[in-house]
Design a binder for this molecule. Structure first.
Ligand code: HEM
Length: 499
């Protein structure tokens, strides 16, 4: 008798036997897996280590690497997370074809079912990336045509700084609008006036998306619980705001796409939207066709974000370093005087005669490490790093910050020393093998060349005209906040006096 029912004892025996076999198998697999996975901290059932992850996760990941070794793992919600630290292992991981993909459930579950190029995997990602790089090349990326447009934008920018007549101003808002204009020229074919409400709204939407973003977002790691958790608004208020702001940004992009569509088929290819619309027409009817208006909208919004937030954050750090280290500022201005003078506009080619300025840029990117943890990768199949198993579908996180601050690789790594990137007599800039702010391998940042050009031209054009300082009586703070990028916590306020 079982609960008052007559049950055949043989059936009970078979059921118990099956249960025991299943339990033994489960335990065997569990122990086997734990044994082969990289070591790491334990977590709680269901949520794993997620509740223990701190705000400055890149510092925590670096600390955990000291305890468990350069490759460690933990359970985070529904996924295994493997974190890679150290140059050699990072390089091994970056060339591993099995960890090129992004997570299956995009980083922003609930937002849209159509991924952007940044979130795509496999053949579709390859197609989209190939076409994006071709369009970027055709519209002038890396050519003098784009350099001229960047210089034009910087002219507007320095004129605006001039209008403050040496008084204190907020560098943040202005730099966001200016660098967003550079990426707007590539994507939309034009810049916006700094007072244009459309541009201001677009930049504000992006700013708010970033304010509410967290690298280890609960919903990213618990996608099956998305509907449940998101219905409890008090558990995910920031997430909801982020999704709303992202939608606002994408609506603006839609307006731009519509304007391009209205031009009809006769349009010239002046920007990414033109090039993409042409790709849609050309590839219609082909197998594995992945080009459509929704993907265009998502790609443009992500390029706008990836191309402006990163450069703005880096330039903010650069301004803070210039104020904190006036001797560095002076050396760059001496190089400008010798190489360019005060009349001619700076050109990107000038960098070849300006080793100290380039070393200053490298050191700024090393110390700020704005993309401290890589955009998540996913193991497409079970693979190995340093002899450890990386299970299929594990999230793979590369900790660039740990490499850029490793005391075994850099002398006094927490100090700002541009000289570390110079040869002995200071006549040449020397790149380090332990320096990869833009990642590496097939998924390396496609905006790397554009970024170097922008950073060099902004820095040199500003210092050619102005001496930068903190407002009188105010102290510069290097406190940071980590959302997707690491940026200064407080707004950067400056005083720029004509040289
Ligand atoms: C200082 C500036 C920048 C830094 C430090 C930076 C860094 C990075 C890093 C580390 C990645 C991840 C690559 C990987 O998965 O291994 C990335 C991806 C990406 N970046 Fe940048 N980036 C910068 C500027 C830009 C600019 C200016 C653009 C575009 C105009 C851009 C567009 C992208 C895109 C589209 C991806 C995703 C690529 C893919 O998934 O295939 N980035 N970036």
């Amino acid at each position: 008798m079982l609960f008052g029912f007559n049950v055949n004892p043989t059936l009970i025996n078979i059921f118990c036997g099956c249960l025991i076999v299943w339990l033994i198998k489960y335990l065997f697999n569990f122990i086997n897996r734990i044994h082969k996975l990289p070591p790491g901290p334990w977590g709680l059932p269901i949520v794993g280590y997620l509740p223990f992850i701190k705000k400055d996760a890149y510092i925590q990941m670096t600390e955990l690497a000291k305890k468990y070794g350069p490759v460690f793992s933990f359970k985070c919600g529904q996924f295994d997370v493997v974190v890679i630290n150290g140059t050699e292992l990072m390089k091994e991981a970056l060339v591993n074809e099995q960890i090129l993909d992004r997570p299956k459930d995009f980083f922003t579950p609930g937002m849209t079912k159509i991924p952007s190029l940044v979130e795509m995997s496999g053949e579709v990602w390859r197609q989209q990336r190939r076409v994006a790089l071709t369009i970027f090349r055709n519209v002038g990326l890396g050519k003098s045509k784009l350099e001229e447009k960047i210089k034009e934008e910087i002219n507007f920018f320095t004129r605006k700084i001039d209008s403050f007549e040496g008084k204190k101003f907020n560098f943040d808002d202005l730099i966001h609008l200016s660098v967003a204009n550079v990426v707007s020229i590539i994507l939309f074919g034009h810049r916006y006036d700094y007072e244009d409400p459309f541009a201001i709204e677009m930049a504000n939407s992006l700013k708010k998306v970033n304010q509410n973003f967290h690298y280890f977002y609960g919903l990213t790691f618990l996608p099956s619980f998305y509907n449940f958790i998101s219905s409890l608004s008090f558990l995910s208020p920031n997430y909801k705001k982020m999704v709303q702001n992202q939608m606002q940004l994408e609506d603006k992009v839609t307006t731009e796409v519509k304007e391009h569509l209205e031009k009809g088929d006769s349009r010239e290819i002046n920007d990414y939207i033109d090039g993409y619309l042409e790709a849609i027409n050309k590839q219609k009817g082909e197998n594995n066709y992945s080009f459509n208006l929704e993907t265009l909208r998502r790609n443009v919004a992500d390029f706008y974000a990836a191309g402006s937030d990163t450069i703005a954050a880096t330039l903010k750090w650069i301004m803070l370093y210039l104020v904190l280290y006036p001797e560095c500022q002076q050396r760059i201005q001496d190089e400008i005087k010798e190489t360019i003078g005060s009349e001619r506009e700076p050109e990107y080619a000038d960098r070849q005669q300006m080793p100290y300025t380039m070393a200053f840029l490298y050191e700024s990117l090393r110390l700020s490490s704005i993309v401290a943890l890589n955009v998540y990768r996913r193991a497409t199949r079970e693979t190995h790093i340093a002899g450890y198993i990386i299970p299929k579908d594990a999230f793979v996180v590369m900790n660039f910050w740990s490499v850029h601050r490793d005391p075994n690789l850099w002398d006094d790594p927490d100090s700002f020393k541009p000289e570390r990137f110079l040869n002995e007599d200071g006549s040449k800039v020397v790149k380090s093998f332990n320096f990869f702010p833009f990642s590496a391998g097939k998924r390396v940042c496609p905006g790397e060349n554009l970024s170097w050009m922008e950073l060099f031209l902004y820095l040199v054009s500003i210092l050619q005209k102005f001496r930068i300082a903190a407002p009188e009586g105010e102290r510069i703070s290097l406190e940071s906040k980590f959302m997707f990028t690491i940026s200064p916590k407080k707004p950067v306020e400056l005083v720029c006096k004509r040289t």
